[in-house]
Design a protein around this ligand. Sequence first.
Ligand SMILES: [Zn+2]
Length: 258
Amino acid sequence: MRYFLVKSSIAIVSAYLFTATVLYASDRGHEEPHWGYDGIAGPEKWGSLKSGHERCQDGERQSPIDIKISEATEGKTLESIFVHYTNAPLEIVNNGHTIQVNGDGHSTAVIGGKEFTLVQLHFHEGSEHTVDGKQYPMEVHLVHQSEVGELAVIGVFMDIGDPNEVVKTVFDNMPAQAGEKKVDDGIKINATGLLPDRRGFYHYLGSLTTPPCTQIVEWYVMKEPITISEAQHAQFQKLYKNTFRPTQELGARKLLHK
Ligand SMILES: [Zn+2]
């Protein structure tokens, strides 16, 4: 089942590569936001807002999901995640939907035994995935792309606790206006600091959690959250609040854990 899904996602990936590039590798932060998280352009409407976004409505492999721990099977053949993130000069964008930090192409990771490059990372206020119905204050998505365009996203829950140093660097440099971008070679970001110490994860096959909801994402959601302080959470909320898509049905998919 998994093999088939992965194969089919490779097959459709070239068709969606342009879209994925726009979403993930882009500096096109100035693009007009045509969808949102509430009201007439909210998640319930995403599928009908624009042609090409139909999967948001009729897709059967959508993300995020509620992770029901009792439904997660041990993935005996799942490989551990190995990250090789380097210090990257800060390139940070307010794209109108979130704050996004672009990778410089040198941070890599071996995920599911395959080599990926960290393309960008971004934040959701209100976690997108939930665990047995529990929503965390925030979630960071580390978006990786392979040479042939496969996408693997590591999701990390952000709970309230001790402040996080990498989050401090990012949040202290967030452009306040949608469409704004800041580049500063003097500031370095190492995304390793956004990962928990223990790297156990949940894994399933899903989609982008924003339009066009393309079903090409291998999801790896870390079991252990990182922490940010109350003040850091409030700092982000000044720019973005409630930027999560509601959870979608797992359906026939397998939820694995390691
Ligand atoms: Zn995301």
